[in-house]
Design a protein around this ligand. Structure first.
Ligand code: ADP
Ligand code: MG
Length: 319
């Protein structure tokens, strides 16, 4: 007896509501917004062949589908509350559903973010999640508030997810243990939610790095009407990436994509607060440049020499 739509929802995606007033099961879910807070809402879709490889483990897919959404909340300094899951599945494969939902709920529980509803249909595998978070009135972190003189920082390391992808594509040869190390970055990124929360009132602007750092920085510069100078040698990278050719290191850190680290700005007077936030969130934060009044992006190396910007960013309609 194949598993029907409602049995599938009941078995794999229904859990008692905790913070929500009403979860899965009715026409709408109900959230009770807290007075003095604003709702932060975001939506990201994962399409097979575009955002993930067909052979990826379903548990990793469940994790990543939610992680990329939580990363958007992190960038805004929002506390995750709830999410919706719209799922198209080729068939009701119970082994797949068990692993997918395990990956999904493990990450959801780690962030106190509950599944409150969704939609389920048969079709080519496609996962679309909407997340809801909250942030105190007026304290959201946006792309549009970087100021000339601010320092530019990034969390964690960049480039491993792209290195893993290039290894799968056969463009880079990695030893097995090196591949396994970077594969985690590609398949199970950790959204920097606690860093985003700790940066409220400290960072002047923030964005999560999803499409490649230079492209994402470009969004900040454009919305903030400022420019930047960035030291390409200062961009943090893992030991595995640091062992690759320099051109790969730069390509992967500057325009890799799928990093889900936070790129943010803060005035130099708050440098100690930035480091305290990083410590509180238990994630490394590195200063990689500064914001200029002069528009445009200038790349330099550790010696201060200009580096030509030949690094494209990811665009779904141009790649
Ligand atoms: P409707 O037809 O009224 O939109 P559905 O029949 O699609 O409702 O869904 C029934 C209930 O199950 C709703 O509460 C919906 O939010 C929930 N739901 C459907 N698919 C999912 C899913 N993949 N994950 C969580 N909840 C789901
Ligand atoms: Mg429906």
């Amino acid at each position: 007896m194949p598993l029907g739509e409602f049995d599938l929802i009941g078995r794999y995606f229904t859990r008692p509501a905790r913070r929500a007033v009403l979860g899965v099961g009715d026409d709408c879910a109900l959230l009770a917004p807290t007075v003095g807070m604003q709702l932060a809402v975001s939506c990201d879709m994962l399409v097979q062949g575009r955002h993930f490889l067909p052979n990826v483990a379903p548990q990793s897919l469940g994790h990543k589908a939610l992680a990329v959404n939580l990363s958007d909340l992190a960038a805004c300094g929002a506390q995750p509350l709830a999410f919706m899951l719209a799922l198209a599945l080729p068939r009701a494969d119970e082994a797949w559903l068990t692993d997918f939902s395990r990956g999904l709920f493990t990450l959801a529980d780690a962030h106190g973010c509950e599944l409150i509803g969704g939609d389920t249909t048969q079709g080519p595998l496609n996962i679309c999640i909407s997340v809801f978070g909250d942030v105190p009135n007026g304290r959201v972190l946006l792309r549009s508030a970087a100021r000339a003189g601010d320092d530019l920082y990034v969390s964690g390391t960049l480039g491993d997810a792209r290195l893993a992808l290039e290894s799968v594509r056969g463009a880079v040869a990695l030893q097995r243990d090196a591949f396994e190390a970077v594969r985690v970055a590609m398949e199970q990124p950790q959204p920097r939610v606690s860093l985003g929360l700790a940066l409220r009132g400290v960072a002047s602007s923030a964005i999560d790095v999803s499409d490649g750092m230079l492209g994402d920085l470009g969004h900040v510069l454009q919305s903030s009407h400022v420019g930047a100078t960035l030291d390409v040698d200062a961009v943090p990278r893992s030991a595995v990436l640091a062992a690759q050719q320099l051109t790969w290191q730069l390509q992967c850190t500057l325009a890799g994509g799928d990093d889900y680290e936070l790129l943010f700005t803060a005035p130099p007077s708050l440098a100690a607060a930035v480091h305290a936030a990083a410590e509180q969130a238990r994630v490394a934060v590195t200063r990689i440049g500064g914001i200029d009044a002069q528009p445009g992006l200038r790349l330099i190396d550790a010696a201060g020499q200009a580096v030509p910007n030949t690094y494209g960013s990811f665009d779904h309609f141009c790649s």
